[in-house]
Design a protein around this ligand. Structure first.
Ligand code: TMP
Length: 212
């Protein structure tokens, strides 16, 4: 069982496609490193050899007809390995773990997008990380049409990017509901604005949390 005897801080970035997570995660890593913190940036699905192979299946193997619950289980298989091999040891060593997506993505995509009932996700979350929640989650929020337009410039669409607008509308709504339900943890950042404004806001959130 996972024990939250952590000394480090667990920060996650969330948002639909095109929200700019990759750019902002690099900025946060830099900012925290400059403040003298030990930071580890990682991602889901992925972050371990097994997780990266599962990621390849989930994102690239269009022909496998992966059903929604199989997809859900694969996400948690990757997550379980990631927690044990990377996230928990780093937190135990006092490192700030900066993770590009975590279980909120599962509620948004498998729950909202695919329509898996949230009780099933709750059960897997309780099994895989019973006592762990991110300390801070930055939700980069923007309208779906703008996000998809931005994401379409990054090359060929993966299995998720190939989904219809409605899929992402549901995912976005689930994210916003999570933020309303858990305002202490989840900070919504308006990601339509220019990069400087977004980064200023991210910086002040991190300052409020005494992270930089
Ligand atoms: P990204 O990290 O480049 O955004 O790609 C990961 C994709 O995987 C993205 O479309 C969201 C999806 N995903 C889920 O559907 N459920 C999850 O639990 C996670 C972590 C990601």
């Amino acid at each position: 069982m996972i024990n939250k005897t952590q000394k480090g801080t667990f920060i996650t970035l969330e948002g639909i496609e095109g929200a700019g997570k990759s750019t902002h995660i690099r900025y946060i890593h830099e900012l925290l490193s400059q403040a003298g913190k030990k930071v580890l940036t990682t991602r889901e699905p992925g972050g371990t050899d097994l997780g990266e192979r599962i990621r390849d299946i989930l994102l690239m193997q269009h022909e496998l007809n992966i059903d929604a619950e199989s997809e859900l289980l694969l996400m948690f298989a990757a997550r379980s390995q990631h927690l044990k091999q990377v996230i928990l040891p780093a937190l135990a060593n006092g490192i700030i773990v900066l993770c590009d997506r975590f279980t909120d993505s599962t509620y948004a995509y498998q729950g909202g997008g695919r329509g898996v009932v949230s009780e099933k996700i709750d059960r897997l979350a309780n099994l895989v990380h019973p006592n762990l929640k991110p300390d801070l989650t930055l939700l980069l929020d923007l309208p779906v049409d703008i996000g998809l337009e931005r994401a379409s410039k990054n090359g060929e669409a993966d299995r998720f990017e190939s989904e219809a607008v409605l899929f992402f509308e549901s995912a976005r709504q689930v994210y916003l509901n999570i933020a309303i339900a858990d305002p202490g943890r989840v900070k919504v950042v308006n990601a339509i604005r220019d990069i400087d404004h977004i980064q200023q806001e991210i910086k002040s959130i991190l300052q409020e949390h005494k992270l930089c």
